[in-house]
Write a protein that binds this ligand. Sequence first.
Ligand code: ZN
Length: 315
Amino acid sequence: MNDTAAPHGLHHVTAIASDPQRNVDFYARTLGLRLVKQTVNFDAPDSYHLYYGDAAGRPASLLTFFPWRGVPAGREGAGMTRATAFSVPPESIGWWHARLAGLGVDVTAPARRGDEEVLSLRDHDGLAIDLVAAEGDTRSGWDGAAGIPAEHAVRGLHSVTLAERDLDPTASMLTELLSMDAGASTAGGAVRFGMAGGGAGAVVDVAPGVADRGWQAGGTVHHVAFRAPDLTTMTAWQHALLDRGVPVTDVRDRQYFKSIYFREPGGVLFEIATDDPGFATDEPLLELGRALKLPPWLEPSREQIAAALPPLRVP
Ligand code: ZN
């Protein structure tokens, strides 16, 4: 890959939750993201796949969940992400702290981390989320959440932090294969990598020196996805990765984007996903997330699939 063919940001982060209703209540009500799609895990359609994002579910705004009822709690560690960060306006950090603390969320007081002010919180399943006061993030987020004035709305993903035993193998993949720029160490001891000039939505932090391996289950991240502009470009990257000896999957049809998957050397599952076609392909933009949507190949089984899923109350 060369610089003109590098991922231009984060596309989405997918994590594992337990109860789907609590997941909706936390992300769509407490954090005020828009539920942009209710569908199922295409590889295991007996459970939901819930997508949250901005008004249109644009790439780099998306956090998605596989809610598996009864899943045990996972454990953070090497080869896992340590935190998923969202961007909020700098003047909104105090408002968010008051809101989250008032709702009984497990949240820290605002703290400086290098140049940034950060709130760290955990959802019901223990998933680590940061809210970063990001200068210059011009995205508008979702202005339709009850009780959250538009000026305070979450703007979109800011970054992910990968916890690793060793920095170098992961850094090599990020810079040499994915054409990211390596920046300076952050205040937390992580090294920051940027795509397309970096900035909110285009940042990966790598925190090395983590001894114990993590365990992927409830409250941990399943994979991190990066943006490809189109299928032709993504297929070219797939071949480039294969040429460099990285095992990569074939192209999967995820209905709202097309994807390939591979692991970075430390163990985190990476995905590359196309920007198109997006979430308004099977329901109107105004109605995103209100009804269960299935891809054409699962539509014949809709009755059995829907019967196995718990009903959801959505905002
Ligand atoms: Zn994904």
